[in-house]
Ligand binder design. Structure first.
Ligand code: R5P
Length: 292
């Protein structure tokens, strides 16, 4: 089946790179706002009988959802054979439980919504904490790409004598795998989240790693409070300035500068969300799965 890629606003670089790597057509659209704030959608390419691949990373998801939905519907009505969503960062995955009575489990609702208007989904390391697979909430076929191999290669090529540090038990799944692939030791700390922007971290005995370069690895950097709190504890334990690696750098508000100011030696992310810290590219891995 012929493929055609479309970028949702803000995903142009990744979309072009994927289309090139898959030797596929890059589709043309007009997506803009009417003066009243409603969304205007136009597809200026032929999509008939093609696999339409929509590229839209889903940080700030509420803003992005309507254009995505409209583009998908328009492509279907114009004869697309199938619609695949490439969303390197998948939103709402952390809201996987009713933490307080009356709260919505929005990861479920979001999954139901996405599953209702695209036919398949490709994403990178979704935050699977209380769930073991996307199929528990998504009813469409999903492909998950793991960044562990790429991160470990970056660590091997850039850091001398690393010790990997995971800020909480959830991070162990990524940190242990990256550490194994990078042939490096790792430690996992304990975290308690007290609110959206308040976290407490405890640091186990790290004396034997004082000559190592700590490399904090987490899936998401959002407010950066988790990493900042971890840095403070590593500092008090007399460790070197850490390198901070996040798969998905959301960097809410001033999180990036806060993290640098807190004492991060370097902040590195994968390009699942476009940001100046993107040093690890996932394009090849995504294109490989689309082509397979
Ligand atoms: C949490 O479960 C995730 O793995 C991250 O640790 C968390 O999302 C980081 O958030 P923040 O940067 O806001 O502390």
């Amino acid at each position: 089946m012929k493929k055609i890629f479309f970028s949702l606003p803000g995903n142009e670089m990744l979309t072009q790179s994927l289309a090139e790597k898959c030797q596929a057509e890059l589709g043309k659209t007009i997506i803009r706002k009417f003066p009243d704030g409603e969304t205007y959608i136009k597809i200026d390419s032929d999509v008939k009988n093609k696999l339409v691949i929509l590229v839209c990373t889903l940080n700030d998801p509420d803003e992005k959802l309507f254009p995505l939905y409209y583009l998908s519907q328009t492509a279907k009505e114009l004869g697309a054979k199938s619609i695949c969503l490439v969303s390197p960062y998948l939103a709402y995955m952390r809201q996987d439980k009713r933490f307080q009575p009356g709260e919505g489990i929005t990861s479920d609702y979001f999954a139901k919504l996405i599953s209702s208007f695209v036919d398949s989904l490709i994403t990178v390391d979704p935050h699977l904490h209380r769930r073991s697979s996307l199929s528990e909430i998504y009813t469409i076929p999903t492909i998950v790409i793991h960044a562990a191999d790429l991160i470990s290669k970056w660590i091997k090529g850039n850091i001398l004598n690393p010790v990997l540090v995971g800020p909480d038990s959830e991070s162990e799944q990524w940190v242990s795998e990256v550490a194994r692939l990078a042939n490096a030791p790792f430690i996992i700390l304990e975290k308690r989240r007290r609110g959206d922007e308040v976290v407490e971290i405890s640091v186990p005995h790290v004396e034997k790693y004082k000559e190592f370069t700590p490399v904090l690895v987490d899936d998401i950097i959002s407010t950066a409070k988790t990493m900042i709190e971890t840095i403070d504890h590593l500092k008090s334990a007399g460790m070197k300035k850490p390198v901070c690696i996040g798969i998905h750098g959301i960097f809410a508000n001033n999180a990036y500068s806060d993290l640098i100011n807190a004492g991060a030696e370097l902040v590195v992310t994968c390009n699942t969300i476009s940001h100046e810290s993107n040093s690890i590219k996932i394009d090849e891995a995504i294109a490989g799965r689309i082509n397979s």
